[in-house]
Design a protein around this ligand. Structure first.
Ligand SMILES: Cc1cc2nc3c(=O)[nH]c(=O)nc-3n(C[C@H](O)[C@H](O)[C@H](O)COP(=O)(O)O)c2cc1C
Length: 211
């Protein structure tokens, strides 16, 4: 294949069987943490957090809450993508304080947009804010999957889990978080038969319309 990017994207697949004897280096995990933090989010508000789990006992206990999927037990790390429980006025103000501190932007320039966002979020239903936050978690998942492909980190994105059970087990209430997605990362097992299966995709001509 001509493009190195496409070669890497073809290398990536949803890993079904991890080699449990292998652990990702701290360097690779750090890249994933940084990539998560660099994810683009709507307004830059970052209403998402990622829990990184590498404790094998904890991972094994997640299996029953993950539709019995063994990936969470066998992966090197389990990343749980979470959203904030709420977006308060204080949360939005903190964001603008960060902008002011990092970019040295005068308050007078930031205030109108800050007021607009506080107003706009106060008018939204809780469910609408929740849906908006979940979309940001999915953007982070996509970003992480691409970075995994680029860094030759094997990964399995997982929606098949019980968020409430994860929340209770990981005591996410204490952190004001709700789990939304799971990403198991590590090294593929040599005998994972899914690694060599052909990709099942519609043709590019079918999914892309040149207008
Ligand atoms: C949001 C999302 C949730 C997924 N949930 C699961 C899951 O719970 N278990 C699993 O084995 N694969 C899961 N997958 C993997 C998909 O089945 C897989 O990406 C798709 O079949 C395409 O195959 P490929 O990624 O190997 O190219 C999920 C993928 C996405 C994007």
């Amino acid at each position: 294949m001509a493009s190195e990017t496409l070669e890497k994207l073809n290398w990536r697949y949803a890993t079904k069987k991890f080699d449990k004897s292998q652990t990702l280096s701290e360097e690779k995990i750090e890249i994933l943490k940084q990539a998560f933090n660099l994810t683009a989010t709507s307004y830059g508000l970052q209403p998402i957090k990622m829990i990184s789990i590498k404790d094998k006992e904890v991972q094994a206990q997640l299996v029953p809450f993950t539709m019995q999927q063994p990936q969470v037990a066998d992966a090197s790390h389990v990343l749980v993508l979470c959203v904030e429980k709420t977006i308060s006025k204080h949360y939005i103000k903190e964001y603008f304080s960060r902008v002011a501190a990092i970019r040295n932007t005068p308050a007078a320039i930031l205030k109108p947009f800050e007021a607009f966002l506080i107003d706009s979020f106060s008018e939204k239903e809780t469910s609408e804010i929740r849906q908006w936050m979940e979309k940001q978690a999915y953007i982070a998942l996509g970003n992480l999957l691409t970075v995994c492909a680029y860094e030759q980190i094997d990964a399995c994105p997982i929606e098949g889990f019980e968020p409430e059970a994860y929340d209770t087990f990981l005591e996410l209430d204490k952190r004001n978080l709700n789990s939304v997605l799971v990403l198991a990362v590590g090294h593929r097992a040599e005998d994972d038969m899914f690694a060599t299966m052909k990709k099942v995709r519609k043709g590019v001509d079918n999914v892309v319309i040149d207008y």
